[in-house]
Write a protein that binds this ligand. Structure first.
Ligand SMILES: Nc1ncnc2c1ncn2[C@@H]1O[C@H](COP(=O)(O)OP(=O)(O)OP(=O)(O)O)[C@@H](O)[C@H]1O
Length: 269
């Protein structure tokens, strides 16, 4: 009998989209299709990047997966159940951090735990452990306005991970950060993913970020938004951003976007 290794996404997907489409009606009653014919299977524990230019429907697709919006066509299921709304173990991290300005760092992290029925000393201990993991134990008593952008995003990552999410949806979480902070947070999220293995769906329009993070990259194109290619990225994690293998995948993504001509010479550093 054939021996199977790893997760067969075609047999046991955690997330499955079948012919998913979404249209919006503008105030004049005109229908606008922003997503069409999306078919995708995502295995448990995968790290999938949704990559594409502005307006191709990445956020719309993420909102459908997170249950914030409903598809107007097709079917979308998680763990075999149709997605009908947000789920407490499916957590979304946004670009603007989504922290409560009136709560301290610690209290921001305990918030999700309290919603799960964990409070008092237990919640504090779990929150402190997660702040420790993202290097923010020392600023637990500060308020969000006293933190840098990178620190705020770390708090929102600690808050998300504290509730042990099954799925983490991340919508361009590092887009507003400076390049150095962004590189550091990319490394941190990879480390945290390897430690806990939640399924991560990560929206970005940054090709290098997608290659560095994604085990798979779902490439989208606009007008109307659709999925054009799903690329497997067989790199060790973390990988060397200056290695020929990294550039090989980078080039494959460029080719998928038809930015580089097929016969152009290889990149040299
Ligand atoms: N609620 C809505 N009503 C009408 N149109 C919408 C709505 N939400 C999104 N759209 C439109 O759908 C298209 C896709 O938007 P979406 O935000 O999903 O793209 P995106 O790929 O995430 O873009 P960006 O990278 O700029 O954030 C856009 O043209 C947007 O104007």
């Amino acid at each position: 009998m054939e021996k199977r290794v790893g997760v067969d996404v075609t047999e046991s997907p955690k997330i499955e989209l079948r012919n998913v489409g979404k249209h919006f009606r503008d105030p004049n009653g005109v229908t606008r299709t922003v997503l069409t014919g999306v078919n995708l299977k995502i295995a448990a524990g995968d790290f999938l990047c949704l990559l594409g230019p502005s307006g191709c429907g990445k956020t719309t697709l993420l909102n459908l997966l997170a249950g914030f919006e409903q598809p107007t066509e097709g079917e979308l299921s998680i763990d075999g159940q149709p997605v009908t709304g947000p789920h407490p173990r499916h957590i979304t991290i946004f670009q603007d951090y989504g922290l409560f300005p009136w709560r301290t760092v610690l209290d921001n992290v305990t918030f999700g735990l309290e919603a799960k029925g964990i409070d008092g000393k237990n919640a504090r201990e779990i929150a402190e452990q997660h702040l420790e993991r993202v290097g923010l134990r020392d600023v637990a008593a500060r308020f969000p306005h006293q933190l840098s952008g990178g620190m705020k995003q770390r708090v929102s990552i600690a808050r998300a991970l504290a509730v042990e999410p099954d799925i983490l949806f991340m919508d361009e979480p590092f887009a507003a950060l400076d390049a150095f902070t962004r590189l550091r947070l990319q490394e941190e999220i990879l480390y945290l993913w390897q430690e806990k293995r939640p399924t991560i769906i990560f929206v970005t329009h940054d090709i290098d970020e997608a290659v560095y993070l994604g085990r798979r990259i779902a490439i989208m194109s606009p007008d109307p938004g659709r999925l054009t290619t799903v690329l497997d990225v067989a790199l060790p994690r973390p990988c060397d951003r200056a290695s020929p293998d990294f550039f090989y995948y980078r080039r494959k993504v460029f080719q998928a976007f038809k930015v580089v001509h097929e016969t152009a010479p290889d990149y040299v550093i």
